[in-house]
Design a protein around this ligand. Structure first.
Ligand SMILES: [Zn+2]
Length: 230
């Protein structure tokens, strides 16, 4: 069962459209697997829609009771145009037939989450039991990848200067805090230090930003795996 979810603040930023594409995709992927977060997202979306509607209604009210305004001017509001404008908004999704996409790691095919369908994936690279495919998002210091760990593989003890999101797409892994399963959304910051190991193997979606360049440079020399994962 999923035990780790995005915080309420993250869900709010997601609904407001304030998140970088990489984190936004992480929330969308998690919500696809988590009914509880799906419910919260639709509630937050409704609240925003309501707030926008009230704002527009107030605006029209003010316009109409403004005695300075000529009635003719009010008559020039073209409601057909207004409706056409609203329905043409790209916020309304066009339903189309979805086609499954797959990615292969170590001869196993994994179904790609819908949120990653339109993203360009780099060629998988491998060090030991770790393979990763970079997601080409051009978000400067924010790097996103699909990370596959073969059974018995793991990531040496590490910490991050920024944040590290690990979202389990398949399989499970363990660290000092316990076991994580498919759908778990694990957001860590520089206060956390961990040593994940996957007894049975797993596939994760990861997003990390590591802002301190000199540390990253030293890490690169001392720990090629660290830079491989970031
Ligand atoms: Zn959730």
């Amino acid at each position: 069962m999923i035990k780790h979810h995005p915080t309420f603040e993250l869900l709010q930023s997601f609904v407001n459209g304030d998140l970088p594409a990489s984190l936004s995709a992480g929330i969308a992927i998690h919500a696809d697997m988590c009914q509880e977060c799906q419910r919260q997202i639709s509630q937050l979306t409704d609240q925003i829609a309501e707030a926008n509607f009230e704002f527009e209604a107030n605006f029209l009210d003010r316009f109409i009771i403004d005695e300075e305004k000529d009635l003719d001017e009010i008559a020039t509001i073209d409601f057909d145009d207004m409706i056409a404008g609203i329905t043409a908004s790209d916020e309304i999704e066009v339903l189309k037939e979805k086609e499954d996409k797959f990615i292969s790691f170590n001869d196993t095919n994994y179904k790609l989450p819908d949120a990653l369908h339109n993203m360009v994936l780099g060629k998988p690279a491998q060090i030991g039991k770790l393979s990763r495919s970079r997601i080409q998002l051009d978000e400067d210091e924010i790097h996103s990848s699909l990370l596959h760990i073969k059974p018995g593989g793991g990531v040496p003890e590490h910490t991050h200067k920024g944040f590290e999101l690990t979202l389990l797409l398949d399989g499970s892994f363990e660290d000092e805090q316990g076991t994580y399963v498919k759908g778990d959304f694990i957001m860590l910051n520089s206060e956390h230090q961990h040593h994940p190991v996957s007894e049975h193997g797993c596939l994760c979606y990861t997003v990390a930003n590591d802002a301190l360049h000199f540390t990253k440079g030293i890490n690169k020399l001392l720990n090629p795996i660290g830079s491989f994962i970031y």
